[in-house]
Design a protein around this ligand. Structure first.
Ligand SMILES: [Zn+2]
Length: 244
């Protein structure tokens, strides 16, 4: 990954004014006691990650945040025509580019679900403009994946336009909780999460769709965008979304 990585933990510095070295010689004593860059956001540390886990285990925790879903389009049809190693190279590229874009804008890569990723903005790194940060991250995801597309298509012999990413973003109050049987299923739930997921499934390859709340909160990023009604399979009511 080519992104600039923080030298000290952004979460600890922002919330506690404690400089925790993440990289270089100064980080060695911290690593000895188990403090190292978090796998969910390498610009934060394992202490922040623990905080995240603790907050989520507390069950009834709510937080104002922005949720982003990005999904690799064409994956199902590509999975029928590509060799397993080509397919995993494709997925790795997708995950890496999503992660870099999300971390560049201080988001948390919460989980990967099949051929989709889910990110949260405003935790543990607080951002007043978390909706705008998510929109910028979404654009970075599209740009990064588009930049890799032709090389991947050439290397693995598929039509470039079968590879694309759809992104959906929603913003508002979330609940954190522990779901499923394993502790790995700690995640955010609620209408905001479901709506982000729905927006993502309405997005075409190369498209970013956001909810009215995201539009209101990130107006400067979305000047001139008009709402459109989307009807999705499995839902009775239409959903109003803006293209970003
Ligand atoms: Zn930290």
């Amino acid at each position: 990954m080519t992104m600039q990585q923080a030298k000290i933990c952004k979460g600890c510095w922002q919330q506690l004014r404690v400089p925790i070295p993440l990289r270089g010689v100064l980080s060695a004593p911290f690593r000895l006691v188990g403090i190292r860059p978090s796998r969910m956001n390498p610009n934060t540390c394992t202490v922040c990650e623990l905080m995240f886990t603790t907050v989520m285990r507390a069950r009834k925790v709510t937080l104002d945040a922005t949720v982003l879903f990005a999904d690799l389009r064409g994956y199902t049809s590509l999975s029928q025509s590509l060799a397993p190693d080509a397919l995993s190279a494709l997925l790795d590229t997708f995950y890496d580019e999503c992660a870099s874009a999300i971390w560049e804008y201080d988001g948390l890569l919460n989980k990967t679900i099949g051929d989709a990723v889910m990110a949260i903005f405003n935790f543990p790194i607080r951002q007043d403009d978390h909706a705008a940060a998510a929109v910028r991250a979404a654009r970075a995801i599209q740009a990064r994946c588009h930049a890799k597309r032709d090389d991947l298509a050439r290397a693995y012999g598929f039509a470039p336009d079968t590879f694309g990413v759809g992104v959906g973003i929603s913003s508002g109050e979330l609940s954190f909780g522990e779901f499923g049987r394993s502790h790995r299923d700690l995640t955010a739930i609620g209408t905001v999460v479901n709506t982000a997921s729905r927006a993502q499934s309405a997005a075409e390859a190369g498209q970013i769709l956001v909810t009215p709340t995201v539009y209101e909160r990130a107006r400067s990023e979305l000047a001139g965008s008009q709402p459109r009604e989307y009807r999705l399979k499995g839902f009775d009511d239409a959903i109003e979304l803006y293209a970003a």
